[in-house]
Each structure stands twice: as C-alpha cells, then as structure tokens.
Design a protein around this ligand. Structure first.
Ligand code: AMP
Ligand code: MG
Length: 476
C-alpha cells in the first residue's frame, strides 16, 4: 500500500500528546468500508489494501513508519471544566488526499491511553455503526463532517449495560484540534504552549493568515464563521448533536464526535434525545447559543495572543464575538428562505418563517416532510396552513428569478429523507446480528436525498408509536 504518513502534530510541545500504540488485535475484521472516503485517500477497495490497513494499524509494534499517538485536551462538559484527552482513540498519522488536503487518520475504540480515566478504552459495535451512518449521512447532506473510512470488529467483548461486541471506527478528520485543545494549552503557566498551538492551527487550517499582522483576531473570526455555518446547516436538516461540549467542537468546523446525536421527526424546538442532557442544554433551539458560549471559551483561551494588555485583548475578543448574532441571524434567515425558495428581501420574511414553524410545532408536524410537501406544492393537504399559504403565495410573487431556479434552490436545501432515529436503530440492530444489508440499502437510497426520487414509504414516514426512539445514549 502506498501510504505516506506524516506527523506534523508531533512537532508540537510534548504536553499535547502521548505517543502510544493502539492495542494489538488477534483477529480484526472489517464489517464496513467506505468506498468514497477510500477513493479520496487513494486507498483501493480490495482485500489486499484492507489487510494492509489491519496489519499496519493493529499489528504495528514492528512498523517503523507509523508513530501513533493520543491527544491531550480539556473541555467544558455540560458547563463544567474537565481535563480530558483521547481516552479511547489513537491517531495513526496524517495523510494527504488526492486533492492535496491533509487528514488525520484516527482509530476510535482502540484501547486505553493515559487519558482513559476510568474508561476501558473500548467502543461498542452499535455506537461505531451509529457514527458511521450519521457521519456518512452528514456528508451526503453536504454538511461539514469528519468521515468514517470503516468499522472493524475487534473480536473482543465489551461490557456496557450488557455484553456487546467491541469495534473500532477509522475516522478521517481535517484535524482533531478542538476548542478544548486550546483550553488545555491555556491551563499552563508557560504561555508558549498556547502560542505554538495557535500557530500550528493557523498554518494547518488557515494558511492564508500566516503573514497577517492581526492574524489571531482573524483566526477567531474565521473559526466563529465556520461554526455558525455548521450550526445553521444542522438546523436546516433538523440535526441535534446532543453533546456540544467544548471538547467536541472542531476548530476546522467539522461536525465531530457523534454520540447521542439524532435527527428530529416532529418539529419541536425543545427536542432533546440524549439521555444525559437532562436540562436540555443542547436542545435543538439552544444549539446556536451554545456555539456562542463555546466560542467565548475559545476566545478566553487565546486572549493573551490578541493583545498583551488584557483589557484591550478582552475588547478585541468582544468586538469579534459581538458580530455573532448578526452573522448568525442573517445566515439563518438565508437558509430558511432557501428552504422556501425565496431570495428577494422582504421585511416580513422572518414573520412568515416563524409562522410556518409555529404551525408545525403546534400541530406536531414532521419537519422534513413538511418542507418536502412545500417543494411538491402539496402543503395544502394540511388544512392548518390555509391562511399561511395565501401569504406565502403572495410573497412568492415578489421573486424576480424564474420558477425553475427557485425550485432548484429549494431542492438543494430540503432533504427528502433523513436518517430517522428508528431507521438508524434498525440498522444497528440488524448489524449487531451480522446483517449489514439494511444499513447498506439505507445509505444507498439516502445518497439520492436531494434528488427527484420517489422513496419507499418506509423511509419517509414517521415512526409508529412502537418504533419511536425517545432517547439516545452515549454508550461510552
Ligand atoms: P465523548 O463523550 O465521546 O466526547 O468523550 C468524552 C471523554 O471521555 C473523552 O476524553 C473520551 O476519550 C473519553 N471516553 C469516552 N469513552 C471512553 C472509554 N470507553 N474509555 C476511555 N475513555 C473514554
Ligand atoms: Mg469527545
């Protein structure tokens, strides 16, 4: 296999990582392999290259050319600061893709590390399948995300509430640098650490800033813009991340760390799925506020690089963070208008959108399907929208672009199907019984979610009462 691993992260000060090998495995086996991701990384989808991967990653004590490591980081978990780190993950190295982009290859569930605390360093097949399905779905939905190259079963048993199959996910990410990595660097007296991490991150993700005089300010603003873009996309498709702790927010702006995340069926802004989110901190409607909260923690961590004078530094940070609300509101409005096929400006648009959402909320209508009905001019089948449709039709008259153009915009912004919780649960259940057909068929269909395809009723309809999944679990 022609793979050149690079290890730029290991040039950072030693506090940022521990060099450590993943556990060796006697008989690891691929159960899922992502062709598209493999292609991007120049990996062929054949037995030979899969065997090479297994050999290099899990029988690697003898390998000269990889230097695996686990990252150190900290983070606010549900508002409380904790020192964390990769407790069950190893980065094998960085690879350069066909398009000359640099990606981390990380194993998740690959054994204990110095950061494992009380954990066993392992992951279950069910949770890794969940990350595989949802990260691939985000990719298909055109939302920045880490990717999954594959899922491997380890042959080990993992004890959770019951005995489960052990598995490892091979994760591909622009990097694994998190807001929590900056919080970790900032804990130290030695201010060189935060400086080195910031320079490294700018070099890696924002190279256009390297020679700018006020590069740290622009860096903060760029990270903010990326996070806003991400969250607006989540809201567009009804995605609820579930654990937006600062250690789960990637500086590269990708959706990362799929735990108890889920897509909303009936529209309700208060929706929470995660069993551990008891106060709804990470509910659908709170996600944008939490991004701002997390970005404030990020700004605090790089404060001394904004200015030597703390007061001036705080002012600079505030000035940037104060732009959040405007950028977010404008972005949200544009996104919602795209969903409705509206482009021109009109002062009543927010009201029109809010009314639509309110009707969906009150009458417990499905978020995805209501927008599909709008796309298909079938919204009038819901009597509740009668007066709203009159206003919408009138508003559409103000558009200058032709109908086809507007329809296309709607198409690109309204998925026809989503990975509904009960579908994901079914994929996992079948996979745990060694049947991957249901999962593959679902993902194959899902690839066409933005197309004019008539999907089977089973993928469109809401779950029945028996099928409904009310809670999702971290499963760590
Ligand atoms: P997460 O909720 O997946 O973002 O994980 C939060 C922290 O717990 C991270 O530091 C993880 O590495 C760690 N962690 C999660 N599961 C395990 C496990 N089974 N063993 C060791 N550490 C874990
Ligand atoms: Mg995490």
């Amino acid at each position: 296999m022609e793979w050149n691993f690079d290890n730029t992260y290991l040039k950072l000060p030693k506090i940022f990582f521990t060099e450590i090998h993943p556990d060796s495995l006697v008989n690891p086996k691929f159960v899922l392999f992502n062709n598209e991701v493999a292609k991007k990384l120049n990996i062929e989808n054949n037995i030979q290259s899969k065997n090479d991967i297994l050999k290099i990653f899990f029988n690697n004590k003898k390998s000269k050319y990889i230097k695996p490591f686990s990252q150190a980081y900290a983070g606010h978990q549900f508002g409380y600061f904790t020192i964390l780190g990769d407790g069950r993950a190893h980065i094998i190295g960085e690879v350069i893709s066909k398009n000359n982009e640099r990606f981390d290859i990380q194993l998740k569930g690959s054994g204990k590390t110095p950061y494992s605390r009380n954990g066993d360093g392992k992951a279950t097949l069910g949770t890794m399948i969940r990350e595989f399905i949802i990260s691939e779905s985000m990719n298909i939905l055109d939302i920045p995300t880490t990717n999954s190259l594959g899922v491997i079963i380890t042959g080990e048993e993992v004890l959770r509430e019951k005995i489960e199959k052990g598995a490892i996910l091979i994760r591909i990410a622009k990097s694994h640098i998190r807001i929590g990595t900056f919080q970790y660097a900032n804990m130290y007296e030695d201010k060189n650490y935060i400086k080195e991490l910031t320079n490294y991150t700018i070099d890696r993700h924002y190279p256009e800033l390297i020679n700018k005089k006020n590069k740290v300010e622009i860096f903060l603003e760029k990270v903010m813009t990326k996070q806003i873009n991400l969250i607006i996309n989540w809201l567009r498709v009804g995605f609820i991340h579930g654990v937006m702790n600062t250690d789960n927010m990637s500086i590269a702006g990708e959706t990362i760390d799929y735990g108890p995340c889920a897509f909303m069926d009936e529209y309700n802004p208060n929706t929470v799925f995660s069993s551990i989110d008891r106060n709804g901190r990470y509910a659908y409607k709170n996600q944008s506020k939490i991004v701002l909260w997390n970005l404030s923690r990020f700004a605090e961590s790089i404060l001394l690089l904004l200015d030597r004078d703390e007061k001036i530094a705080i002012k600079k940070a505030q000035k940037i963070l104060n732009k959040f609300q405007t950028i977010y509101s404008q972005g949200w409005l544009k996104m919602m208008k795209n969903k409705l096929g509206l482009i021109e400006e009109n002062k009543n648009d927010i009201k029109l959108i809010q009314e639509l959402l309110d009707i969906m909320h009150v009458y417990k209508l499905d978020y995805t399907n209501t927008f599909v009905d709008l796309n298909n001019n079938e919204i009038n089948k819901h009597k509740q929208f009668k007066t709203w449709i009159e206003k919408y039709d009138e508003r559409k008259e103000m558009e200058k672009k032709d109908k086809l153009y507007l329809k296309n915009i709607m198409k690109k912004n309204n998925p026809k199907i989503i990975p509904r919780n009960h579908i994901v649960a079914n994929c996992i259940k079948e996979a745990e019984e060694n049947n991957y057909n249901y999962l593959s068929e679902f993902l194959e269909s899902f690839k066409k979610t933005y197309d004019e395809v008539d999907f089977p009723e089973s993928l469109k309809k809401l779950p029945s009462n028996e099928e409904k999944v009310f809670q999702t679990f971290c499963g760590t």
